[in-house]
Design a protein around this ligand. Structure first.
Ligand code: ZN
Length: 241
């Protein structure tokens, strides 16, 4: 057995527990419960700055301090979405009006992908695309939801695609280990109304912003191969051709 210090970040209190040298997440939780210390469902434990995974066994013989973090506050403000910071782009040929697949119609600018879960919908259980007419779209403000183009029911947006446009993605990804939002990209002021003369960046008030561009012919869809992430902020900006 080893003695462990559990430091509760929120209250600043430290609890002492005894557990086996080799222990799991549930062993620690059980030891805490034995001392009548209740922790919230969404809390996480960290050892040496890393999150203790539920399904792994850890050796605590050399590490006597564990941090208890209530991650609810920041993470719960975010949405779960395709981790577009890690994904590659799938280039898709766009066909003229595919009859019978109206729910897969795309348009220049932002296009959101999701699965319509309405069994009575023509596109029920199928992948659907919502065309976003706005040039700037904040998906976190929409709680990560989109609308089925057929039945107009709300469903979760899984990924995004762009067509015939310059585009920019700005956001803050939730970093679980450090409990903070990590910024990626930059928000471009009035991106939809600026004249773009360079395909790689724009210059606004002497600030350089990196931009992306579809190739004009193909549809650019962010693949869903490297999993999801929690985004505290996620904004798509486009400047259509
Ligand atoms: Zn539908």
């Amino acid at each position: 057995m080893v003695d462990l210090d559990i430091y509760n970040e929120e209250s600043g209190k430290t609890y002492k527990i005894s557990i086996n040298k080799k222990a799991t997440f549930s062993d620690i939780i059980s030891a805490l419960l034995e001392k009548d210390i209740n922790i919230a469902d969404e809390s996480i434990l960290l050892t040496k700055g890393k999150k203790i995974e539920v399904d792994k066994t850890y050796d605590f013989s050399d590490n006597q301090k564990i941090t208890l973090r209530n991650r609810k506050s920041l993470e719960s403000c975010g949405i779960n979405f395709n981790d577009i910071t890690k994904q590659t782009i799938q280039k898709l040929k766009v066909r003229k009006k595919a009859k019978g697949y109206e729910w897969l119609t795309v348009s220049p600018g932002i296009n959101l992908f999701g699965i319509c879960e309405n069994k009575n919908c023509k596109a029920g259980n199928k992948e659907v695309i919502q065309i976003i007419n706005d040039c700037e779209y904040d998906l976190v403000k929409k709680r990560g939801l989109m609308e089925c183009p057929m039945c107009k029911n709300k469903c979760l947006a899984n990924t995004v695609g762009f067509y015939k446009c310059y585009y920019n993605i700005y956001g803050k990804k939730y970093d679980e280990e450090n409990n903070k939002g990590e910024t990626f990209g930059k928000l471009i002021p009035n991106f939809n109304s600026i004249d773009i003369i360079n395909d790689n960046y724009v210059l606004i008030d002497e600030q350089k912003y990196k931009i992306q561009k579809t190739d004009g012919e193909n549809f650019f869809k962010y693949e869903e191969t490297n999993g999801n992430a929690t985004f505290i902020e996620l904004i798509f900006q486009v400047n259509k051709f």
